[in-house]
Design a protein around this ligand. Sequence first.
Ligand SMILES: Cc1cc2nc3c(=O)[nH]c(=O)nc-3n(C[C@H](O)[C@H](O)[C@H](O)COP(=O)(O)OP(=O)(O)OC[C@H]3O[C@@H](n4cnc5c(N)ncnc54)[C@H](O)[C@@H]3O)c2cc1C
Length: 407
Amino acid sequence: MVLRVAVVGGGPAGSSAAEILAKAGIETYIFERKLDNAKPCGGAIPLCMVDEFDLPPEIIDRRVRKMKMISPSNIEVDIGQTLKDGEYIGMCRREVMDSFMRNRAADLGANLINGTVFKLDIPSNNTDPYVLHYSDHSNGEVKGEMKILKVDLVIGADGANSRIAKAIDAGDYNYAIAFQERIRLPQDKMAYYEELAEMYVGDDVSPDFYAWVFPKYDHVAVGTGTMKVNQARIKELQAGIRTRAAKRLEGGEIIKVEAHPIPEHPRPRRVVGRVALVGDAAGTVTKSSGEGIYFAAKSARMCAEVIVEASNNGQRVPTEADLKQYLKRWDKKYGATYLVLDILQRVFYRSDATREAFVEMCADIDVQKLTFDSYLYKTVVPANPLKQMKITAKTIGSLLRGNALAP
Ligand SMILES: Cc1cc2nc3c(=O)[nH]c(=O)nc-3n(C[C@H](O)[C@H](O)[C@H](O)COP(=O)(O)OP(=O)(O)OC[C@H]3O[C@@H](n4cnc5c(N)ncnc54)[C@H](O)[C@@H]3O)c2cc1C
């Protein structure tokens, strides 16, 4: 065996990459700085992720079967009526899901290092190793013990503030900032959110995204996001969602406040030399929905599969050109999805008029079916041409009625 791979970051991306590499018998190291990390996140995952990533039922705290879309004028539309028995959006605690996936990769043979990578030395030729400098926390100390590791290939799965991206000069991306409060509700109020998630749109809760109330294990996550990053503004927007949902959150107690960047688009360079970025480090979150868990795991899995193939199960060291195959496959599979969700965000999150139109449109059963199928299964099942035309006509009708197309 020739190939040694370091995966930096033990979130859904890092663990998914490490799992595939370890299964192929490749010498794999996965670094995670905090083994009980609770990534600030809504924790919503699509149904297909449960099967594709073989997640056991106990990972899913709640199975959401109803979703309310709430317009700027507080018109509520129930979506999810088209869901079949057994279909749901999974709600997870990230600390539970992440440690399950990470430990599984370790059980399959990846070397799990509780360490913070703080520097990456880039070799000056195609054959010398990359050198990772890290502090090893396995002695239980935050400062840890300084160590180095030499590898042939690096996967940067270290999230939105990726050090690996900086080390390879991958370039910046725009990002949204998401703010979230965890609120423990009285039992009767929590019962309302048993199987229900809410999405609020309006200038008062976000100028370019949506705000949410998602049910978690024993509390709700209430949050909002915006690309117009501004600390003072985000608190105003959070006050906006708290006001809108005030009645439903009455008697609630804030148990945690968190904020984190969400990438808006891929970085200019996602593969440089023998280093590949995956997940948030690469910028795989979708527009409109702000969904990142599945795409992080999937991008990492696809990257690792390319490494296994190109290295012939670890017998040779892949080149930059080999690694770029991952990007080709990724863009081919999901390019259209990203484009459509980007357009949707630009059209519908533009003003309160377009948001009213958006919520009105969500009342349509065909629109709901299309939306849920593409979210739950990540395959856009084309509706028959007649239905497609109906949906288009309804979209335009909603926009016109809301005077949303006015400049
Ligand atoms: C408030 C909020 C709500 C969200 N809600 C949802 C949602 O409901 N559904 C959804 O699909 N997506 C959601 N997202 C997006 C989602 O959280 C991310 O897209 C996803 O976590 C990306 O996974 P990842 O593995 O790429 O990165 P991360 O989950 O960020 O994992 C990176 C890991 O690397 C570790 N790490 C970082 N640097 C180092 C280092 N130098 N050395 C060692 N380890 C390191 C970190 O500790 C972390 O465990 C939300 C995001 C935010 C901010």
